[in-house]
Design a protein. Structure first.
Length: 512
């Protein structure tokens, strides 16, 4: 009986409440509660059959009859069987869990997005991205209303066709590639890598806009007027080199400092003509760029400057004077430096110091906007001998600038373009935003350039332009522009002044 008690204690400790319930039931059967029906006798166990030869089987205790099987033993065996089944199921569950843990979880799929900002594919953690954007500008017929000689320039024009590919690698470096197929030509306008370990510390390498020219730095789709002002004649379209830049105090101050090949004004040349480099920089302050002062609008004050040592090279077969030219707001040639493919002595080349100073200003507050800047250029030059050797060095000082004032109905005017309060929706009765703008811009060419550096019968000394623009921003992506520009000139003709240019410009634009 002691062995039976010890076994019951062991079983109760192993199986818990289930064993207790089974034990209670078995004891009740063994003792026989009043009114209970006696339990059926357990089946007889047949005696072991002795092995051949009359020898007793190992462990045979036939001499002592086996004790009768107690009725509670069946319940104990049943519980043992159930426990073994549960233990096996638990073992199988553990094996399945271990196998599932050994298989890595499926990687999240890439994120594909398409909205009014373009199309993009990115990794789930945004560390790798590729974005596709585009710009299409179709200019309407350019009407030159005053000068019959310019009427042949009236034309429809694919002004810009620029797909842009942006991307991010490791969440650390951005890149951009922007070709242009407008004006029936092909060129690369942007191709650079931008490493940004911190917002205040970024390094850009490649081909991109330098820091000179506030209107030049505006994205082409965000311009108030169809063409940039006359001061864009004194800045390069793109530069190739390295630039360290960043935003300090959440954009309160932006700095830019770069070293470039150096380019002639208005050009996008890729290759330097000599070993000397150009250094350019800009400091731009936005004093209201804090949460407590945003109600005052957005004010930007900046100063950009650049200087370099440039030398043009010219031969009769491949003249490369490294000198810019001048265009009107109607994109007509109004001046250029002397260059000849028949007489090398009639060519002027850049030879020495080339310096720019460029104060910049803008202010935007709701529907009102103002953008203004001034550019002063100092360019050392030289004429060429019959052997192509520079001589007779001199210097020209040119200046230009513009002031643009604009107001919007149904939207806000910003440096990044018009922001309609509600996009065009005929069903809802919304129309987007309308912008009305006025601009005054000017260009002064140094009188010292005439006549030894510039032919006064073909190039103007001064240009003064007045313009008005009416722009309809249907939504973020669609825009319709209409401009009227009137420019008067001093010089530029064989006798007297070049005729006043009066031109109507129109544009349909899609940008995303």
């Amino acid at each position: 009986m002691d062995r039976f008690a010890r076994r019951l204690v062991y079983k109760i400790g192993r199986y818990g409440i289930l064993i207790g319930v089974g034990l209670a039931s078995s004891v009740a059967l063994a003792q026989g509660a009043p009114g209970d029906t006696p339990a059926a006798a357990p089946p007889e166990v047949p005696a072991p059959v002795p092995p051949p030869g009359g020898q007793p089987a190992p462990g045979d205790s036939s001499a002592t009859p086996p004790a009768a099987r107690p009725p509670w033993q069946d319940r104990i065996d049943e519980l043992d069987q159930r426990t073994r089944i549960l233990e096996r199921q638990l073992e199988l569950a553990r094996e399945a869990a271990a196998a599932a843990a050994a298989v890595p979880p499926p990687r999240p799929s890439a994120i594909v997005e398409a909205d009014d900002g373009g199309f993009s594919i990115s990794s789930p953690d945004r560390q790798y991205q590729i974005r596709f954007r585009g710009l299409l500008q179709v200019d309407g017929r350019r009407f030159f209303t005053s000068d019959p000689t310019l009427q042949s320039s009236d034309t429809f024009l694919l002004r810009r066709i620029r797909p842009t590919f942006d991307g991010t690698v490791l969440g650390l470096a951005d890149f951009r590639i922007t070709p242009d197929f407008g004006n029936n030509t092909t060129a690369i306008y942007d191709a650079y890598i931008d490493v940004h370990p911190r917002p205040w510390l970024r390094l850009r390498a490649g081909k991109f806009k330098g820091p000179l020219g506030l209107e030049r730095l505006q994205a082409d789709q965000d311009l108030t007027f169809i063409e940039r002002g006359l001061d864009s004649n004194l800045t390069a379209q793109r530069e190739i080199g390295l630039e360290l830049w960043g935003d300090i105090a959440s954009g309160l101050v932006r700095y830019e400092a770069g070293v470039f090949n150096g380019n002639a004004d208005g050009t996008i040349t890729d290759i330097d003509s000599d070993h000397a480099k150009t250094f350019e920089g800009r400091i731009f302050i936005q004093p209201f760029n804090t949460d407590s002062l945003t109600f005052l609008g957005r004010l930007g004050l900046g100063l950009a400057a650049g200087t370099g040592n440039e030398k043009g090279v010219s031969t009769l077969t491949a003249p490369n004077p490294w000198m810019g030219s001048f265009k009107s707001d109607g994109q007509q040639s109004i001046g250029s430096y002397l260059t000849s493919t028949t007489d090398i002595t009639q060519t002027v080349v850049a030879y020495g110091r080339h310096t720019h100073i460029n104060p910049q200003l803008y202010y935007y507050n709701g529907p009102f906007g103002l953008l203004a800047e001034w550019v002063k250029e100092y360019q050392q030059v030289a004429e060429l001998t019959t052997a192509g050797t520079p001589f007779g060095t001199g210097a020209y000082n040119n200046t230009a600038g513009h002031v643009t004032v604009s107001g919007a109905l149904g939207g806000d005017v910003t440096y990044e373009g018009i922001k309609p309060h509600k996009p065009l929706d005929l069903a809802a009765g919304t129309f987007g935003a309308l912008e009305l703008a006025f601009r005054y811009d000017w260009l002064n060419v140094d009188s010292a350039a005439f006549p030894t550096g510039i032919d006064p019968t073909k190039s103007v000394r001064e240009a003064r332009a007045y313009g008005v623009a009416l722009n309809w921003q249907l939504n973020r992506n669609l825009k319709v522009d209409g401009d009227y520009e009137q420019t008067s000139f001093t010089g530029g003709a064989k006798t007297g002044n070049r005729p006043t240019e009066k031109v109507l410009l129109g544009r349909f634009q899609v940008a995303f």
